[in-house]
Design a protein around this ligand. Sequence first.
Ligand SMILES: *[C@@H]1O[C@H](CO)[C@@H](O)[C@H](O)[C@H]1NC(C)=O
Ligand SMILES: *[C@@H]1O[C@H](CO)[C@@H](O)[C@H](O)[C@H]1NC(C)=O
Ligand SMILES: *[C@@H]1O[C@H](CO)[C@@H](O)[C@H](O)[C@H]1NC(C)=O
Ligand SMILES: *[C@@H]1O[C@H](CO)[C@@H](O)[C@H](O)[C@H]1NC(C)=O
Length: 454
Amino acid sequence: MAFKCLFVFALADHDVKRQEEYVELKDVFAVKVKRRRSAGQQTGGTLLGITLFQCKKKGLKLKEHAIHLNNLSEDHCEIWFKSLKEILSGFKNRPKSLKVFVNPISHKKEAYQIYLDEVAPLFKLADIEADVTITKRKGHALSILKDCSLEEHDGVVCVGGDGSVAEVAHGLLLRAQMDAGRDTDSIFTPVQAALPLGIIPAGSTNVVACSVHGIRRGMTAALHIIMGHHQPVDVCSFSSMGRLLRFGFSAMFGFGGRTLALAERHRWMPPSQRREFALIKTLANLNRDGEDICEHGSWQTRQGLYLNISIMAIPCLCSTAPRGLAPNTRLNNGSMALIAVGNTSRSEFIKHLKRYNSTTNQFGFSFIETQTVKAVKLRPHSQGRCADDVSENEECNTKTMPIISSEGTYPWNIDADLLEVPSELLIRVHPQLLTLFGADMEEAEEAPVKCSCI
Ligand SMILES: *[C@@H]1O[C@H](CO)[C@@H](O)[C@H](O)[C@H]1NC(C)=O
Ligand SMILES: *[C@@H]1O[C@H](CO)[C@@H](O)[C@H](O)[C@H]1NC(C)=O
Ligand SMILES: *[C@@H]1O[C@H](CO)[C@@H](O)[C@H](O)[C@H]1NC(C)=O
Ligand SMILES: *[C@@H]1O[C@H](CO)[C@@H](O)[C@H](O)[C@H]1NC(C)=O
């Protein structure tokens, strides 16, 4: 079959030492007839031969590499071109048509430019049709995914950061449940998304992209999509009061939720500035939440004061956490990591946050508990707590840092998106519910992860 085909040729531009090399067709993603044209000339021109475009791997990076095969015979080139095209169209995971969502306001508003510069030319080269939507507001991609026709597409692509990725992933999964007629109560068994999702990282946080690419680069992401590299990943569902709220990859409660809620209230600040401001301010007013955590299995229960709780279905790699925010989980082994940071002093807590950038023993603190879980129920108890907690009085500035919003909800950071939850939240993991374009970074050779973090 096509996959086993070896393509042997002599490199034309080595005059002296004609050297034999081979390229496997499974690494080739496009073929073009090469002609010499004068500037501005659109058709015709002197035939030079054919050009193969190969996807080359260098560390975590994927790059395109052109191989020119010189031949002046129209007949030969035509035969080669046609046969190669036929072989290339036989690779079954490679998409021919994509639905693309671009979030034009993510990070420094560079998403559309990244798409135009680094991605669109590669899609065109690979003869992939892209139906592009530049989203106008939050929720726009979700509303399109709920009722657009997906049949003609082989994949969905999101150009943006974690918030945009989460919205598109949620949209794809919600759509799959609607198509399957699933009632999304809190105990339903979800069906898999119909199409794989490709992520072009262009946000201020890109932990999902980095978990499947290991690197924040448009070209690498585009080539994973073009080559049809499939990576199934586990997904969480978040339900409250018996109803599904959304699908996602990670959740943070306590410090992580509050920091985001505070940053959201300062939307007028530039993104990096407001994140830093929120982080420092939340640290200064470090709050202890009382909560019950129930873990699945035979539902073990914990009750106590916690500073920060993370529940993550994927490792969430980023530069400040080279092994991930949740190094103790895998992309698709059917479990989530529960990391609960108990009460401690501010300085110990800061020490813990800094330890994320180490590669060993990130959670080696007596106040941190880690568990591998299938489901978690989290029930916060924080009303009126500050007044009772005499020792913490000076840290409890409820005027500047409301613990709960005026609506009586609790702030959760779900994939960098603020979700206000009124009561107990049930988080369940669903093994391999979504397929992403990418690879398992655990199996990749060690290389520094270059992605921005939460
Ligand atoms: C705590 O909060 C920080 C900052 O929001 C976040 O990066 C981290 O993953 C959270 N989780 C734990 C368990 O500390
Ligand atoms: C998934 O992988 C993590 C890390 O290796 C491990 O601790 C956990 O037990 C695994 N989960 C399952 C269900 O095998
Ligand atoms: C929480 O930790 C702080 C700092 O170590 C301590 O002062 C406080 O008493 C603790 N609160 C409880 C209820 O254990
Ligand atoms: C952790 O961060 C510090 C300061 O930014 C840096 O010097 C150190 O090399 C980092 N360690 C790792 C393992 O990345």
